[in-house]
Design a protein around this ligand. Structure first.
Ligand code: NAP
Ligand code: ZN
Ligand code: ZN
Length: 351
């Protein structure tokens, strides 16, 4: 099926209209007309080849929500007209040790990412959610609780799971002091989840004007991370810190805020290596770790948790024609707090 999309055709070209081909649904496939797609900072890293692994043309987008328009004969989870969602993964080997443990994102055979992944059906690369429709195996589709606003729910598929998964893995709970670094797409969900899990939640931001929003979103305290005196007041006091920053910054400043056996987890993926002083880790016995999105079962668990607690992302809706401008705003940390593309706007694009 020819499908309208927005693509970057090189690392230096802006995104623009492009036509891709989607497969006809097979027995276990679900065809989804995309209503909303969130804009993740990873989309920008990929569109501009900042991680050195982009294949062009690239159609970003891995926070996908829409309506089911067709199902294969063996599909059990959905019927035509249902709402369905797709995140960062569209397939994996399903048999390796990691897949069997529900960690498809770490599939030993290599997971198939929603875009810029090897397309096992069509050849070439997978194309993401900046497009009219997507066809995905039902095993990699998610159900969205009916009480959640669909546009606000779309970014849960990456920003939501990427922050929920480490908070659960490291057992963040009541009685702990937890830091979230950066108030963007991931960070604002980190604040909401940490607070909902009962932790004393501290937001670290570089943007003075985000203090009020940080508190509104659930932070018990907000620290301006550029202010050394404010940072020093929290030295040695954190159980856990989640770092969502997308660019160069000083990790040692956050390591010094951890207490004995405390853990700093990176989910942000700045393109350049980050320097770490050995003494930041040695004294007193600290951990530095990372986390990547989450598996399919955990993504469904996160969506159900959001349904139960009425949690969605705070979003700014945009038209697909505004995507390049939105990327420029992401680079200025100027997003409140996730851009979501209203895909109806794609119907008006011509190539
Ligand atoms: P975003 O919405 O642009 O938010 C990033 C935030 O980081 C900004 O709002 C800003 O917050 C802070 N920041 C930006 N530049 C900074 C700098 N130079 N120094 C200090 N703070 C800075 O991005 P996002 O979509 O949340 O993604 C964040 C990162 O996570 C990206 O690198 C993305 O690729 C990565 N990511 C990883 C995973 C994973 O599975 N691990 C999944 C999705 C995304 P303040 O204004 O509050 O300081
Ligand atoms: Zn993402
Ligand atoms: Zn596998």
């Amino acid at each position: 099926m020819p499908t309208k999309a927005f693509a970057a055709e090189s690392a230096t070209s802006p995104l623009g209209p492009f036509t891709i081909e989607r497969r006809e649904p097979r027995a276990t496939d679900v065809a989804i007309d995309i209503q909303y797609c969130g804009v993740c900072h990873s989309d920008l890293h990929f569109a501009r080849n900042e991680w050195g692994m982009s294949v062009y043309p690239i159609v970003p987008g891995h926070e996908i929500l829409g309506k089911v328009t067709a199902v294969g004969r063996d599909v059990r989870k959905f019927k035509v007209g249902d709402t369905a969602a797709v995140g960062c993964l569209v397939d994996s080997c399903r048999t390796c040790n990691h897949c069997r443990r529900g960690l498809e994102q770490f599939c030993l055979g290599g997971p198939t990412f929603t875009y810029n992944g090897e397309d096992k059906h069509m050849g070439g690369m997978t194309y993401g959610g900046y497009s009219e429709r997507v066809v995905v195996d039902e095993a990699f589709t998610l159900k969205v609780p009916g009480n959640l606003d669909p546009a606000g729910a779309a970014p849960l598929l990456c920003a939501g799971i990427t922050t929920y998964s480490p908070l659960r893995h490291w057992k963040v709970s009541k009685g702990q002091k937890v830091g979230i670094v950066g108030l963007g797409g991931l960070g604002h969900m980190g604040v909401k989840f940490a607070r909902t899990l009962g932790a004393h939640t501290v937001l670290f931001t570089t943007t003075l004007s985000k203090v009020v929003d940080g508190k509104r979103l659930g932070a018990d305290e907000v620290v301006i991370s550029k202010n050394a005196d404010e940072m020093a007041k929290h030295a040695g006091s954190f159980d856990f810190i989640l770092d969502t920053v997308s660019a160069d910054h000083d990790l040692n400043a956050y390591m010094s805020l951890l207490k004995l056996d405390g853990t700093l987890v990176l989910v942000g993926a700045p393109p350049n290596p980050l320097a770490i002083s050995a003494f930041s880790l040695l004294f007193p016995r600290k951990h530095l770790a990372g986390s990547l999105i989450g598996g399919i079962a955990e993504t469904q668990e996160m969506l159900d948790f959001c349904g139960e607690h009425n949690i969605v992302c705070d979003i700014e809706k945009i038209k697909i024609q505004q995507i390049n401008e939105a990327y420029e705003r992401l680079l200025k940390s100027d997003v409140k707090y996730r851009f979501v593309i209203d895909m109806a706007s794609l119907k008006h694009s011509q190539r």
